[in-house]
Design a binder for this molecule. Structure first.
Ligand SMILES: [Zn+2]
Length: 322
């Protein structure tokens, strides 16, 4: 279990975008197709928006919002109608949310975000290289006011109140290499970069034929996934963390919960979760208007603790400190 020593909370008051355009190319882990993608700076209150540049005039903006989720089988996909969608958005969304990027326009010339090395690190490294630009606009949060819980069999997902964003993720696999693992962490750009962003996606050799038959995993390889077979890790380089598997599930959860559209002030706990459960918890939250409220940061920079909308006192940090 990862240490819960990181107590610092990350509640910036202003919105951010990235300081310059960054570009990537690679293949989709599921469709196996070559794809190019760029992340572009944009104005405040844009949010994260995908644009399918290969669709020409018919290419509609696809906001990265939970209402746009069209599939959660093995990855999270967003779509406007059947013909225009973007799949496997979660590792890029995790990088943006994890780094505190509120606004960006993502241009992509295919239907699946490139898997790169199977983690969020290449996205994080590129964002770090160009830097983050704070915008003259107050940041909006979604504050969780009461627990929201979804149970599907032995899977549990729960959002509950917290002044910051904390994750508590548990996985439990029969594979001896994985077993039961838990990570509990206050998520800030510092902890995201040092503890989570390098954790890669993983899969089992035994599942490969079934995945391929269903059109999944066609781009998966030892270059972009940790692959397990008979309780052995096939990657020669081994693991990046002893508990890389649960750290990757935490990364996925950050990307999926980012589809709330605004950063969450709350704690997200999941046991044996995944993309579908993450989505269902968000759906349950927004189906319960008494369970959350918007919190708008004060427009000008505050240095001391302040009282804001709904009479809820939260610490108001400067925009550029964590
Ligand atoms: Zn993932």
């Amino acid at each position: 279990m990862t240490s819960n020593a990181h107590k610092a909370r990350y509640v910036p008051t202003r919105q951010a975008t990235i300081a310059d355009r960054v570009e990537f190319s690679g293949v989709g882990v599921h469709n196996g197709s070559a794809v190019s993608l760029s992340v572009n700076p944009c104005d405040s209150n844009t949010g994260i928006v995908f644009v399918r540049t290969d669709r020409g005039q018919t290419g509609m903006d696809i906001p990265a919002r939970f209402q746009m989720v069209c599939a959660t089988e093995l990855c999270t996909a967003l779509g406007v109608g059947a013909s225009t969608s973007v799949s496997t958005v979660e590792h890029l969304m995790a990088a943006l949310r994890g780094m505190g990027v509120d606004n960006a326009v993502i241009e992509i010339d295919g239907s699946e975000v490139p898997v790169l090395d199977g983690s969020s690190e290449p996205y994080v490294a590129a964002i770090q290289q160009v830097g983050i630009r704070y915008l003259d606009a107050p940041r909006r949060y979604i504050r969780v006011l009461r627990p929201i819980r979804v149970e599907i069999g032995d899977r549990v997902g729960e959002l509950s109140p917290h002044d910051g964003f904390e994750l508590d993720i548990t996985i439990d696999f029969s594979s001896k290499v994985i077993g039961r693992q838990q990570v509990v962490m206050e998520v800030t750009p510092d902890t995201f970069v040092s503890e989570l962003c390098r954790a890669r996606t993983f899969g089992f050799m035994d599942d490969v034929e079934k995945l391929w038959a269903n059109g999944f995993g066609l781009g998966a390889s030892l270059e972009n996934s940790v692959v397990l077979s008979d309780d052995k890790i096939l990657n020669q380089e081994g693991l990046r963390f002893a508990d890389e598997f649960v750290r990757h599930k935490a990364l996925d959860a950050i990307g999926d919960i980012a589809l709330a559209g605004y950063p969450i002030l709350g704690r997200y706990r999941s046991v044996r979760g995944g993309h579908r459960l993450n989505h269902q918890v968000l759906q349950a939250l927004f189906d319960a208007p008494d369970a959350w409220s918007y919190v708008d940061m004060p427009a000008r920079r505050e240095k001391a603790a302040g009282t804001i909308a709904a009479g809820v006192a939260v610490p108001a940090f400067g925009p550029d400190v964590s």
